[in-house]
Write a protein that binds this ligand. Structure first.
Ligand code: NAD
Length: 378
């Protein structure tokens, strides 16, 4: 069975779906691996690194796709890239199934059996395949570095002969995987950190990382839904939350916002009025920019400066740390692929929770019920 990865073509994408060390488990299982020549360069893996792991480097993409049984990717394929896939091949990738369901429809039409990394169930058994977590962790880490270099202050307290510089105040909104890593990173860099999440269960996690949990007089007893994810809240709730959180936002030197609800627009929590009341020089790193943003002024992948406040809306921070992001992502892919392979061949057990959960298209059909519903299919 030939497993292939190509150079990612999406703008700004530097990650690669096969990393040399993560590939070892696949070759050990008897799979043959090939990669488009130069595909790993932007992630810091040269062709020699792949060669050392006996991974073939193929310059001709069409020839590679004509033979590949499994294609591994980072970003969802474009229409042209879907058209180039061989009927009957399997694809493992981020596929944005709930916010870009058209991709699923096209993959089904092209006869591709696809697995969306976003759909891997977040159960203990599938933790090593959880690419949302591996990438969100790195995004949370990098968001703090970005905040640090985007503001005119330093993060730690510093005592100098010329006086003491106080530690910066960092507010993290949304303490899921990215938020918790942001709290840990900001604390390590010496900032004073506070955080808020509508899921009451995270209070302890925030405190164990040295952050202060912001208590708001809101009823959040029903905020957690299936799989530990947040439930969407009403417009009234979010308006009230934004108002109550406003005082903490105004007190912060840096806000890292990560609040998200799967399949829905990100909750709007920082209004233009609250931004106007922030200290000049403060910064908002809005990690929810890809799904609309937590701040009303956020523009995806742009820098907005309003009332002296810098608002960044990066949509692909893992690509900024492409080497490490690729290593863990490639391991997530390899673990899922090995789960699907028996005796060197893909053998799909459609009763298995992980296989069934991650499967997006099969036998010419979109099979995931939530994505079918988004496409208006019965
Ligand atoms: P996410 O990216 O969907 O959301 C980020 C955070 O935003 C979440 O913590 C959510 O509660 C929070 N949020 C939503 N609306 C908010 C609002 N109005 N105000 C403030 N915060 C708000 O979530 P994620 O980081 O991918 O994961 C969330 C949770 O999923 C985890 O903390 C965990 O409970 C669960 N999870 C479980 C596993 C596992 O068991 N293997 C793995 C990963 C995640």
């Amino acid at each position: 069975m030939l497993v292939a990865a190509l150079r990612e073509t999406a703008a700004g994408e530097r990650r690669v779906a096969i990393a040399p060390d993560a590939a070892r488990a696949l070759t050990k299982a008897g799979l043959e691996l090939a990669i488009e020549a130069g595909a790993g360069l932007r992630a810091g893996f040269d062709d020699a690194a792949y060669e050392r792991e006996s991974i073939a480097r193929v310059p001709d993409v069409a020839a590679l796709l004509a033979k590949a049984d499994v294609v591994l990717r980072v970003q969802p394929p474009s229409d042209a890239e879907i058209a180039a896939l061989r009927r009957g091949c399997a694809l493992l990738s981020f596929l944005r199934p709930l916010d870009q369901p058209e991709t699923a429809a096209r993959l089904a039409q092209a006869g591709v059996t696809s697995f969306a990394m976003e759909l891997v169930p977040r159960i203990t058994r599938a933790q090593a395949m959880d690419a949302l977590s591996s990438q969100a962790s790195l995004a949370g880490y990098h968001a703090v570095l970005l905040a640090g270099v985007s503001m005119p202050k330093i993060l730690p307290m510093m005592t100098t002969a010329a006086g003491t510089i106080p530690a910066a105040r960092v507010l993290v909104i949304g303490a899921g995987v990215a938020g918790l890593q942001a709290i840990a990173t900001a604390r390590r860099l010496g900032a004073v950190v506070e955080a808020y999440d509508t899921r009451p269960a995270v209070k302890e996690q925030i405190e164990s990382l040295g952050g202060r949990f912001v208590e708001l007089p809101l009823d959040t007893s029903d905020a957690e839904g299936a799989g530990g994810y947040a439930k969407a809240q009403s417009a009234e709730f979010l308006a009230k939350q934004g108002e109550l959180l406003g005082a903490r936002v105004r007190a912060a030197d840096a806000v890292i916002s990560t609040a998200a609800v799967p399949g829905a627009r990100a909750p709007l929590l920082i209004s233009a009025e609250v931004v106007a009341g922030m200290k000049p020089g403060s910064v908002i790193i809005d990690l929810a920019a890809a799904t609309g943003g937590n701040c009303a002024l956020t523009k995806a992948d742009e820098t907005v400066i309003a009332h002296g406040v810098t608002i960044l809306g990066p949509t692909n921070l893992p690509a900024a740390v492409a080497h490490d992001a690729s290593r863990v992502y490639a391991r997530n892919l390899a673990t899922l692929l090995l789960h699907l392979v028996k005796d060197g061949k893909l053998q799909l057990d459609l009763e298995d929770e992980i296989t069934k959960g991650a499967l997006l298209t099969h036998d010419g059909q979109v099979v995931n019920p939530a994505v079918r519903a988004k496409l208006g299919l019965s």
